[in-house]
Design a protein around this ligand. Structure first.
Ligand SMILES: Cc1ncc(COP(=O)(O)O)c(C=O)c1O
Length: 465
C-alpha cells in the first residue's frame, strides 16, 4: 500500500501515489489511465483567452464547437462547459430559474450545493423526502407521485430540483417526474452530477435531458475521462433560459477558466463521439462479468440491478457503474470494509457510509480492476461469519421533522427537539442529515451517532466532529 513520507511536497506525493499501484475504484473517471488517454498535459497548453481561443463567458468560436458537441451528445438545445464542477452549474441553474422569495420543490437528498443555492437566492424550499430502502438503508428514488403531490400543493412554485442518479447510483423516473412538472409549466432541474456517462449505451439508464428535464448538470470528471472539475450545464430551449444561464454562469464560474480543463472537456466529448459505443460495449462486458461473480457473495451483499426489483422496490433503476456493497450482514462497518480493501487488496473505493461502500467503475478502468474487486470481495466474504439474515436497515428518513427556518441558535449538541442553527452532513455524499432551521428529530440524532460510531466523518457549517 502507498505510504507517504511526512513532509512530501504535494506533486511528489501525488506522483508517488500514482506509481504505488493502488487500484482506483473512485472518481475521477479517467482513472489516471494515461495509456488510454495520453499524457500531454498541461503547461504547453495552459493559455488564457488569446485571439483564436474564444471566451467561455461569451462563446462564439472553438468553445462554442465544444458546447455544440455536448448539446448533440446529451440531446439538448444548449450546453455550457463548466470548469468549476457541477457545483457552479447548480448554483447558476437555480439562480437562473428563480427570483428571490420564490418557492422551490426539492428532494431532501439534494447535494449541499443545491442547499447553498437555495440559501444564496433567498428561496423557500418545499421538501420531497424519498423513502429509505429497508434492506440497504439507501435513499430510494424520488417518486413521481410525491412530485405531483408537491406541485398540486404549491402550484406557484418556480422550480423542481431532484438528484438522479444519486451518489449510490439510484435513478428516478425522470420522464414521469418531468410530465408532472410540465403539467404545471414548472421547470425541472436534474442534478445529474453522477450521471454524465448515462445514455451512451442501452445498458445504462437514459440521460435526464432525453427524458424531458428542462435543465441538468453533469460532472464529466466523476464518471467519464475528464480532469477533475470538468462538467457541463445542459438546458432545453426555449423554456430553460439560455441567456439567464449564461449570465449566472459568469457569476459562479471563474473569470480565468483553465484551457487545460476546457481541452479535457473537449477531448472527453470527442472520444465519446468517436469511440463511445466501443468503450461502453467493453465496459458492459466487464460489468456483466463482475455481476455474475458477486452474485455468489453471502455475508456481504452487492446491491445491483439484477436483484433490484425483488429486494429493493423503492429503486426505479440503478446505474450499473456504481458498485454498492452492503457490509451489514458481514458484521463490518463501511469504513472497516473500505479499510480492508485498501490495506489487504490495494483497492481504493469512493465512499464508505456507516454500513456500505460505494466503488465507481468507468470506461477507463484497467481490464483487471473489476476482477480484482470481485476477487477481494469474495475473499473477504469467505472469511466473514455468514449471518442467516442481515439485520434490517435503520430507516432514517432525512428531514422528516420539518420545522421553521430562522429559529434560535441551538448549538449542535445533538439536541432533539431544538431548532438546528447549522446544517450537518457526511461528506461524501454531501447530503444534509439536518438542515439549519429544522427541528432536530430523535431519528436525526440517532443517525448522526450511528455514522459517528461507524467512523464516518461528519461535517457542519462550522467544522467537523
Ligand atoms: C449529487 C451531487 N451533486 C453535485 C455535486 C457537486 O459536483 P462537483 O464536485 O462536480 O462540483 C456532487 C459532488 O459529489 C454530488 O454528489
Amino acid at each position: 500500500m502507498y505510504e507517504s513520507g511526512a513532509g512530501d511536497a504535494l506533486y511528489e506525493r501525488l506522483s508517488a501515489y500514482a506509481a504505488s499501484g493502488m487500484i482506483p475504484m473512485h472518481v475521477p473517471g479517467h482513472k489516471r489511465n494515461s495509456g488510454m488517454l495520453g499524457a500531454e498535459l498541461p503547461y504547453d497548453i495552459d493559455v488564457t483567452e488569446l485571439p483564436g481561443f474564444d471566451n467561455l463567458h461569451d462563446m462564439r468560436g472553438v468553445l462554442l464547437d465544444t458546447a455544440d458537441l455536448a448539446a448533440a451528445l446529451y440531446g439538448c438545445g444548449r450546453a455550457f462547459p463548466l470548469v468549476n464542477g457541477s457545483t457552479c452549474g447548480l448554483l447558476a441553474a437555480v439562480r437562473a430559474f428563480t427570483s428571490r422569495g420564490d418557492t422551490v420543490i426539492m428532494a431532501r437528498n439534494c447535494h449541499m450545493s443545491v442547499y447553498s443555492a437555495v440559501e444564496l437566492c433567498g428561496l423557500k424550499p418545499v421538501y420531497i423526502t424519498p423513502e429509505t430502502d429497508g434492506v440497504s438503508g439507501i435513499t430510494c428514488s424520488v417518486s413521481p407521485e410525491s412530485v405531483a403531490g408537491a406541485v398540486a400543493d404549491n402550484p406557484g412554485c418556480a422550480l423542481i430540483i431532484i438528484t438522479s442518479p444519486t451518489y449510490e447510483g439510484v435513478v428516478s423516473d425522470v420522464a414521469a417526474i418531468a410530465e408532472a412538472a410540465r403539467g404545471r409549466s414548472i421547470p425541472l432541474l436534474v442534478d445529474e452530477a453522477h450521471g454524465a456517462h448515462l445514455g451512451f449505451s442501452d445498458y445504462f439508464p437514459a440521460q435526464a435531458m432525453r427524458e424531458g428535464a428542462d435543465a441538468a448538470v453533469v460532472s464529466l470528471h466523476k464518471t467519464l475521462p475528464a480532469l477533475t472539475q470538468c462538467a457541463l450545464a445542459l438546458v432545453r430551449d426555449p423554456l430553460a433560459g439560455y441567456d439567464a444561464m449564461r449570465r449566472e454562469l459568469s457569476v459562479f464560474q471563474t473569470s480565468s477558466p483553465s484551457y487545460v480543463l476546457l481541452a479535457s472537456i473537449d477531448r472527453c466529448l470527442r472520444l465519446l463521439a468517436a469511440r463511445g459505443r466501443r468503450l461502453f460495449d467493453a465496459f458492459e462486458d466487464r460489468l456483466r462479468r463482475f455481476d455474475a461473480r458477486v452474485g455468489e457473495l453471502g455475508a456481504l451483499r452487492a446491491i445491483r440491478r439484477g436483484n433490484m426489483a425483488a429486494a429493493h422496490p423503492g429503486f426505479y433503476d440503478l446505474d450499473p457503474g456504481k458498485i454498492v456493497i452492503s457490509a451489514r450482514g458481514a458484521g463490518l462497518t463501511g469504513p472497516e470494509l473500505a479499510g480492508l480493501l485498501r490495506a489487504e487488496y490495494r483497492i481504493e473505493t469512493e465512499m464508505a457510509a456507516a454500513d456500505y461502500i460505494v466503488a465507481v467503475a468507468t470506461v477507463c478502468d484497467g481490464e483487471g480492476y473489476l476482477d480484482a474487486l470481485a476477487d477481494a470481495l469474495l475473499s473477504i466474504d469467505s472469511a466473514c461469519p455468514r449471518a442467516a439474515q442481515a439485520p434490517p436497515a435503520p430507516c432514517f428518513r432525512c428531514g422528516a421533522g420539518g420545522g421553521e427556518s430562522g429559529g434560535g441558535a441551538a448549538a449542535l449538541g445533538y439536541a432533539a427537539g431544538a431548532v438546528a442553527a447549522e446544517s450537518v452532513w457526511a461528506y461524501p455524499p454531501g447530503r444534509p442529515i439536518i438542515v439549519a432551521g429544522e427541528v432536530i428529530t430523535e431519528d436525526a440524532v440517532r443517525e448522526i451517532r450511528r455514522l459517528a460510531d461507524a467512523g464516518v466523518t461528519l461535517r457542519a457549517a462550522r467544522g467537523e466532529n
